[in-house]
Each structure stands twice: as C-alpha cells, then as structure tokens.
Design a binder for this molecule. Sequence first.
Ligand code: NAD
Ligand code: WQD
Length: 344
Amino acid sequence: MRVLLAGGAGYIGAHTALALVEAGHEVIVVDNLSNSSAEAIARVERLGSTSIPLLVADARDEPAVLEFTRANAPIDAIVNFAGLKSVGESVSDPVRYYEVNLGIALSLLNVMTAAGIRTLVFSSSATVYGVPSSLPLTETAPTGASVTNPYGRTKHMIEEILRDAVVAHPALRITALRYFNPVGAHGSGHIGEDPAGIPNNLMPYVARVASGSLEHVGIFGDDYETPDGTGLRDYIHVVDLAAGHVAALERAREGFAVYNLGIGVPVSVREVVAAFERAADRTIPQQVLPRRAGDVAASYCDPSKAEHELDWAASLTIDDACRDAWNWQRQNPTGYLPTRATFV
Ligand code: NAD
Ligand code: WQD
C-alpha cells in the first residue's frame, strides 16, 4: 500500500511512517512543519532504509496536495494527523482551531474525491467523550455533548463530517481512531515527542524535569475521587499506537468505523512520575497544584473492539514508555534541532 500521511512529520505521524515502512508499505508526507521538523522524516528514512517524499505545504492547499498525490500515484490511502492540538490554545483562539482542523479534514476529503482515493484514517481523540458517562469507555459511549474545549469539538465535528461523507459515498472506507494518551518514543531513541516551548502534557513535562531543564512537576490536583487522588489516564505507547494505524489501514472496510486505541489500564499522575523516576533512576521533584480547568478525574478505555476487529493490541507498559521517553530525551536534549528555546 502507498499511503499519504498528512502531518506525517509530527510525533505520532513519524512513528506511524516508520511502522508502515517496516510493514512493507510506502509513505509520502505532506506537512507544513508548523509543529515539527523535516529532521523527523530524515530520521525515519534512515531507520527504515527508505526514502520518503515530503511536500512542505499546508494540507488545506488542495491543488498542491492533489498534484503531489498525482506525482506519487497510485495512493491507496490517506492518514490525517495534521492539525492543531493544544487544548488551552483552542480556548483562547477557537476560530483558528476550527479553521485549521476542519479545513484540513474538508480539503483532504476533496483530494480523495479528485484523486479517487477511498481509504482514510483520521486521528481522533478520547477527548470526544468529554466527561465519561461510565468507565471504561467503549465506542458506543456518548460523544460531543460534554466536550469542554474547542479542540475537542473539532475532533467531534470532524467525526460527524466523516460519517456524513460515508453516507453520501458508501464505497468510502473511513476509520476514526480515538487515541487515549500517547506517550513514549521509538526504542532507538531517534524519533520521539518534541514539543515547542514548555510542554502541556504530563510525560514530556516529567522528562524535562528529569533532565533538569524544568524545576519540578506540578501535579494538577490530588483530591480527585481516585485511589491516590490524582487523575487517571490510559497511557498508550506511541509504538503500539503506530501499529494500530497499520492495522486500521490493512483492515479498512467500506463504511465508517471508530476504534479506541488505548491499553485499558488506568494509571495515575503519581504513578507516571514514579515510573519515570525508576526509568531515569533519579528523584523527580513534584509539587501539588490546584486542578487544571477542564480536566476529568479519570479517562480510560475498553480497547476490545480494536482487538477483535483490527487484530491489534497494545503490548507496551507505562514503564516501557518512560524508559523510551527518557532514552529519547537523553539522546536529544534539544529535540530534533541543535538548539531549543525552552522558555518562550
Ligand atoms: P503533532 O503536532 O506532533 O503533529 C501534527 C503535525 O501536523 C505536525 O507535524 C504539524 O506540523 C502538522 N500540521 C499542523 N497544521 C498543519 C497544516 N495546516 N498543514 C499541514 N500540516 C500541518 O501532533 P501529534 O501528537 O503527532 O498528533 C497527531 C494527531 O493526533 C493530531 O491530529 C492530534 O490532534 C491527534 N491526537 C494527538 C494526541 C496526543 O496526545 N498527542 C491525542 C489524541 C489525538
Ligand atoms: C494527563 C494527566 C493532568 C500535566 C490531553 C488532551 C487530550 C489528548 C491528550 C489530544 C491529567 C495531569 C498534566 C502536568 C499534571 N490530546 N498533569 N501535571 O489532559 O489527559 O489529555 O492530551 O487529543 O485531548 O486533553 O493529558 O498529559 O495533559 O494530562 O498533573 O504538568 O496529568 O491533570 O490528569 P490529558 P495530559
């Protein structure tokens, strides 16, 4: 299969590119590099002993993407990782989030029509469930109504758009993968998560504290109704997540399907910090802070639908993820580029 990865230079895209190459597929990438670096693709090329055509462009530039697709024909499928993903930024700049995330999804559907591509995998998120109605979350749980931020609403809206597209064109094969909390890095230490500025997410923040570039981890609330009072999440290793995309592409069927991609094991904030302390063999300073607005106490999934229908299951643990994130952090203290402005 030859697959166009929109946003393929990003964290999850680069790991998926490598997983696809290792599974014998070919990939091409369109990315505007707004939150990534071409170096990520260069490293995937080296790890996979392959060459990956890269179009540096906005995925909403339909003529450019179509021309790139035609120049690399035949393209069998598109994976749409591209978009903006900061929850806080989406609250302060909602119009930009709707414009970019919805715009990319719509443009890629137009490219599919123009190029005769029938298969699409979309990066959705556990955030579409909003405040969980019950746990663990299955794919039939309600979505949309209790989502607390514009970023999450873009994911929910795009799922609805994709559902409508399949109603109109039943030969399409569209899959939305609802990721839980992706963490970790490739075992080689050559590709990993490289957030610009101060990380918003727990694992990259903890990694920077472990390396000494940030002072302490702020724990956002220890008074939740959870075993140790801190938030529970379903942390999925990015290598397992990448394998989930390969499975979704290889088993794509006509219609619209959604799958949870998680481990199904709830892990607390304190447990993440403790796992990282073991991986890095050092104490990680921590301090309890007030709850973060919009956070839920617990979010974890029942991954059995993906296990049964995609023949996929996560196998890596939070300890594996911390080991690999630490290995990546140590080998690449400034990320993909030689310098990084940590405080912006
Ligand atoms: P990322 O920011 O590392 O990757 C997104 C990529 O899209 C980046 O390379 C960026 O440069 C590119 N991009 C952004 N706007 C673009 C545009 N207009 N045109 C072309 N390229 C553009 O993020 P990620 O963590 O790899 O996430 C990938 C996808 O998965 C995103 O859609 C995100 O919303 C979704 N997701 C991520 C998480 C997570 O915690 N990382 C969880 C659930 C869902
Ligand atoms: C995990 C836990 C925090 C940072 C977000 C998005 C979600 C999805 C994945 C894209 C929570 C706590 C965090 C810190 C902390 N992204 N925490 N101190 O919020 O579950 O999900 O990323 O789709 O949409 O909302 O992930 O890593 O930010 O937080 O205590 O410095 O760690 O309160 O309990 P979250 P996270």
